[in-house]
Design a protein around this ligand. Structure first.
Ligand SMILES: C[S@@+](CC[C@H](N)C(=O)[O-])C[C@H]1O[C@@H](n2cnc3c(N)ncnc32)[C@H](O)[C@@H]1O
Length: 309
């Protein structure tokens, strides 16, 4: 298993996603002799996981079952241990596209945080690209290094434990794209420019507050960035379900004239009744899970710029 290529069977050391339902899943590190408790009972790694195919339906000790899924950056984003606020797939997908990331891209990122975006970047730029990610919080940097190793993507990423605003990304003239998710991105714009290739590149900064956006835009202009745009991405998720709509009882005769009434036809009889007309209807209803930051109150602007030298 690796986060950048599919593996058929589950092996010791793999990270697998235990899927109980869309609202209930969690990651496990597969170990010989390991046990994982679920509400359906125990999963025994040696007999229930190792050697089975990813996607298998596994019966737990109490008789209930779960699916064991191959990890992807999107599933990891929904299941990773949070050390910080993270970016979700709605924003990540737009960032990936607007930064023009592709296999072979060289990317600089700060901060690494919980590595949600990092995993998506690594999957996109593999097998020949590289991510330089900077995190000034020592434990977070160490945990990210450990996770990248466990997920077998460490050859595609370099984690630096330093302050990006003071020391930059530790590389010069190599990056196709820079991404910032730090409280004071304007202090890192000069370093981002130095990290980008001389022929130009793309930069994106994610900020929750409009004052941060204003300062970052001004600094981008001062550093001769062009095509500066600020956008917010909102996601609406729909549940598909069947419901019955009760048509109000408008009088007893309406059953006979139902179709005319529905067409807005015969409205002359005040006793008309539509009581029998209950209809099964497929309805698409906005669901709860938004896959984004909790609530929609804060702005989520991102800044994109193309550097022209
Ligand atoms: C919101 S989190 C980033 C989350 C990340 N984008 C993700 O998807 O998981 C911000 C991170 O930036 C780090 N950070 C803040 N200022 C920094 C700086 N000047 N240099 C390096 N890292 C910084 C914080 O320690 C934190 O871990």
């Amino acid at each position: 298993m690796s986060f950048i290529e599919y593996g058929e069977t589950i092996k010791e050391g793999d990270t697998a996603i235990v899927f109980l339902g869309h609202e209930s899943m969690f990651p496990v590190k597969v170990q010989q002799g390991g046990k994982t408790q679920t509400k359906y009972g125990v999963i025994r790694h040696s007999t229930d996981l190792i050697g089975k195919r990813f996607g298998s339906k596994v019966t737990c000790s109490k008789g209930g079952w779960v699916y064991i899924l191959h990890p992807t950056p999107e599933l990891w984003t929904l299941n990773l241990p949070h050390r910080t606020q993270i970016l979700y797939s709605t924003d990540i997908s737009f960032i990936t596209m607007m930064l023009e990331l592709k296999p072979g891209s060289v990317v600089c990122e700060s901060g690494t945080g919980s590595g949600s975006l990092s995993h998506a970047i690594i999957r996109t730029i593999s097998p020949t690209g590289h991510l330089y990610t900077v995190e000034f919080h020592q434990q977070r940097a160490e945990k990210a290094i450990e996770e990248f190793r466990e997920h077998q993507v460490d050859h595609l990423v370099t984690v630096k434990n330093q302050d990006v605003c003071k020391t930059g990304f530790g590389v010069a003239d190599v990056a196709d794209a820079v991404f910032l998710d730090i409280p004071s991105p304007w202090e890192a714009i000069g370093h981002a420019k130095s990290a980008l290739k001389r022929e130009g590149g793309r930069i994106c900064s994610f900020s929750p507050c409009i004052e941060q956006v204003q300062r970052t835009c001004l600094t981008l202009e001062e550093h001769d960035f062009t095509e500066i745009n600020t956008v917010e991405i909102l996601l609406r998720v729909y549940n598909v379900r069947t419901i019955s709509l009760q048509i109000p009882d408008l009088g007893k005769a309406a059953g006979d004239n139902a179709s005319a009434d529905l067409d807005g036809g015969d409205q002359s009889n005040p006793d008309a009744s539509c009581a029998n007309l209950q209809q099964g209807t497929m309805q698409f209803k906005s669901g709860r899970r938004n896959g984004g930051l909790p609530g929609y109150l804060c702005l989520l602007p991102s800044l994109f710029s193309c550097r022209q030298c």
